[in-house]
Design a protein around this ligand. Structure first.
Ligand SMILES: [Mn+2]
Length: 356
């Protein structure tokens, strides 16, 4: 584990002190870790440092994770897809930008232009591979942590006003950090290290209500989500001879099950329950004319390389994502399935350095 450098903490502390307006950003299609880490940072800046702080996302997140941010925070979030001018004006008026759970501005979608153009001081706090360090004045980047929430926790614990004691964090920050880490580890199933458990322990002792997080995340589904899950596993999933399981949700299926944003969260992990599955994929047709692709892999197989090679994406070693665009022979579900069969065969046929 790389230690967080004391100088970097001092620099961050100084940058916060000197800032009058801070904007916090994360990757497109914000997930629990993005919302959790951004909320935690915002509440710290506002409550402990008295700063004017705001969050800007490229587009809204699913209802299933909205509980992570208190209403007051939620109401103040800028969404570029809903209010482009206000969002860009906020970014332009900020003198400090903090980028969380995202390895650079190229992952921020429609925020990218405004962020790149901004002359504010810029800080990156992230756990993905390949940080775009040149765009930032200060970089905290590690890939051996579970989540951006865990990274931010480690950083905040070093801050002079927290004294290494999670009880000194604003309550809302503590709750959001626990929720963000819980979603990124799929409730302690993936990428958990000693630091993750230390964080959980610190936050529990500080009084975080983990029960409520679990209830909201895992016991609050609508029945249609169960129906969709059953349909996908029983009728839609295909398994290639190499042990790649894939499920494809097109517009018709979305309509049939009345699917809402975020309702397929976690589905891609289920096929890995079976011993012979090495790689699991979920494709979801997006309104914008492509399939969103989620990839998960068992250790020894690289989801990141697979997503990079066949779906112009990337991510973490065992959890990655990308896109499959319509056109070039892809017109719908059947073509996408054929593309995956070939990609899987090719990927596992040349295992030498590609998927190890
Ligand atoms: Mn994350």
């Amino acid at each position: 584990m790389t230690e967080i450098r004391k100088d970097d903490i001092d620099r961050l502390d100084g940058m916060i002190d000197g800032a009058s307006a801070v904007t916090i950003v994360a990757h497109t299609r914000p997930d629990g870790d993005a919302l959790g880490s951004c909320t935690a940072m915002l509440c710290y800046l506002a409550e402990k440092r008295g700063k004017d702080a705001a969050i800007a996302f490229s587009e809204p997140y699913g209802d299933n994770i909205s509980f992570i941010a208190p209403r007051k925070v939620r109401d103040g979030i800028f969404f570029h897809s809903l209010a482009p001018r206000e969002t860009e004006a906020r970014i332009a008026a900020s003198d400090l930008i903090i980028c969380l759970d995202c390895n650079g501005f190229s992952r921020t979608g429609n925020l990218e232009k405004a962020l790149t153009a901004s002359e504010a001081a810029k800080v990156l706090i992230d756990h993905h591979i390949g940080p775009e360090t040149e765009s930032f004045g200060l970089v905290f980047s590690r890939t051996d942590v579970s989540s951006a929430s865990e990274m931010l926790y480690d950083i905040l614990m070093e801050m002079p006003d927290i004294f290494g004691n999670a009880s000194n964090l604003p309550k809302r920050s503590a709750y959001a950090l626990m929720a963000g880490m819980t979603t990124d580890t799929n409730n302690f199933a993936n990428s958990v290290g000693g630091g993750t458990l230390a964080m959980a322990s610190g936050l529990l002792e500080a009084g975080v209500d983990r029960e409520s997080i679990l209830r909201r995340l895992y016991h609050g589904s609508r029945i249609n989500r169960l129906n969709l899950m059953g349909y996908l596993l029983h009728e839609n999933m295909e398994i290639t001879p190499e042990g790649t399981a894939f499920m494809i949700i097109d517009k018709d299926i979305r309509r049939r099950f009345g699917m809402r944003e975020g309702e397929t969260e976690g589905f891609v992990n289920i096929p890995l329950c079976a011993a012979r599955i090495r790689l699991s994929m979920l494709l979801t047709e997006d309104e914008a004319g492509y399939f969103r692709v989620s990839v998960r892999s068992r250790s020894g197989t690289s989801a990141a390389r697979f997503a990079g090679r066949f779906f112009s994406g990337g991510g973490h070693e065992n959890a990655a994502g990308g896109k499959l665009f319509f056109g070039g022979g892809i017109t719908g579900r059947a073509d996408a399935a054929e593309y995956i069969r070939k990609a899987s065969a090719e990927f596992f046929m040349k295992p030498c350095k590609d998927n190890v």
